[in-house]
Design a protein around this ligand. Structure first.
Ligand code: SAM
Length: 171
């Protein structure tokens, strides 16, 4: 086992399974029981073991400083900004000093204004760089990428932030 990893908003478990297959002990946290079961069944089919937890990222039912890695992949953009901020605070609480955080979320880009946009208002929040950086400011930045999707027919969000950070080893 490499270490303990928490996958927040794990959905159907594709990233949880990837991490489990790579040797992590994975806790999958997800508010949809249907998706949690799907992931658990898929893990069984692949003879992998993941811990399934029904819950939400803004109130993680786990102890402080228990994970070497926390993943939060395309969850924050579907939450109100305040709630997304609570999720990031919870991640800070549960990741070990020196542990890592990986986040992907929808980004604003030149084609759209930051924030909620027409057509998907209330469904997604597209993060401008300064607000995303501010939200992640408790962590030490390792790498942050802005990825723009170029598929002509892709529906918004059309761009995303990919963020790798670390909780200070001195925290
Ligand atoms: C777009 S899916 C991403 C799933 C997975 N992370 C992936 O990359 O395949 C977003 C997931 O976040 C979950 N979700 C919604 N609100 C949440 C919350 N407050 N805390 C944690 N997960 C949440 C949804 O149920 C959904 O499974």
């Amino acid at each position: 086992m490499i270490g303990r990893a928490l996958d927040i908003g794990s959905g159907r478990g594709r990233n949880s399974l990837y991490l489990a297959q790579a040797g992590w002990h994975v806790v999958s946290l997800e508010p949809s029981i249907r998706r949690l079961r799907y992931a658990s069944n898929r893990a069984g089919d692949l003879r992998e073991d993941i811990d399934s937890v029904l819950g939400i990222g803004e109130r993680l039912p786990v102890k402080d400083s228990t994970f070497q890695l926390v993943l939060c992949n395309h969850v924050l953009e579907s939450l109100p900004v305040d709630t997304a901020g609570q999720v990031v605070q919870e991640i800070y609480r549960v990741v070990k000093p020196g542990g890592y955080l990986f986040v992907e979320t929808a980004a604003s880009d030149n084609g759209y204004a930051a924030g909620d946009i027409n057509g998907i208002a209330g469904r997604f929040h597209l993060y401008a760089e300064d607000e995303f950086v501010e939200m992640m400011s408790g962590f030490e930045l390792i790498e942050m990428l802005h990825l723009r999707l170029v598929k002509p027919k892709s529906t918004p969000p059309s761009a995303q932030w990919i963020y790798l950070g670390r909780k200070s080893a001195l925290a």
